[in-house]
Design a binder for this molecule. Structure first.
Ligand code: GRF
Length: 201
């Protein structure tokens, strides 16, 4: 069985990238990590990917006058790696419809809220401000509308009365690391039915 070549885009520590990459070390996984690409040269995830023997590349967005130029530069290492699917994992640049159109149906993202609630940034603060009893994360297909593509999986956690942005983020992140690998396996096997995940125990 040929394994689908998966590129992972990061901007920082890459904890979700690491969860995906570690899961793809399994030779029975339908995908294989072919590239970790960062827009920031100082992204901690680059060294973590290299430790796993995964090819890495940096395309520093600050070196380009516009988004189109930056995205065209990203396409070079993506094509060279043979990437067939792209996973955004803590990637903090908004992508243009032109770039997204080249990956229609083949690009995933993880967002730290139960979409369509709380798109955009500061999702944990938005959740606390709304007085939610639950929070979580969503893996979705990437479409030109930010944080609005078809939902592929969601994980839910309770919100505690004394939660802060930080404590809530710390409760959600481990579930992200379970949800994204589980969804990627299903997605690569052709299963796009949304997966629901709950805290263990
Ligand atoms: C996480 O909250 C994730 O949901 C969002 O970016 C944050 C950092 O992700 N996409 P990572 O630790 O860099 O994977």
């Amino acid at each position: 069985m040929s394994r689908t070549r998966v590129a992972i885009l990061i901007s920082g520590g890459g904890s979700n990238m690491l969860a995906l990459a570690r899961d793809m070390v399994d030779p029975g996984h339908p995908g294989t990590a072919c590239l970790v690409l960062s827009n920031r040269p100082d992204a901690g995830g680059l060294a973590r990917a290299a430790e796993l023997g995964i090819a890495t590349a940096v395309v520093d967005h600050r070196g380009f006058a516009d988004r189109a130029g930056f995205e065209a530069a990203m396409m070079a290492p993506l094509r060279a790696s043979g990437a067939e699917v792209v996973c955004l994992a803590g990637f903090m640049r908004v992508l243009t419809p032109g770039f997204i159109a080249q990956w229609t149906g083949r690009m995933l993202n993880i967002h730290p809220s139960i979409l369509p609630l709380f798109p955009g940034l500061h999702t944990h603060a938005q959740c606390l401000a709304a007085g939610m009893a639950v929070h979580g994360c969503t893996v979705h297909e990437v479409t030109p509308d930010l944080d609005a593509g078809p939902i592929l999986g969601q994980a839910v956690v309770p919100v505690a009365a004394d939660d802060t942005d930080e404590t809530l983020a710390a409760r959600v992140l481990p579930l992200e690391h379970r949800l994204y690998p589980a969804v990627l396996r299903r997605f690569l096997a052709g299963n796009r039915a949304p997966l629901a995940l709950f805290p263990e125990g």
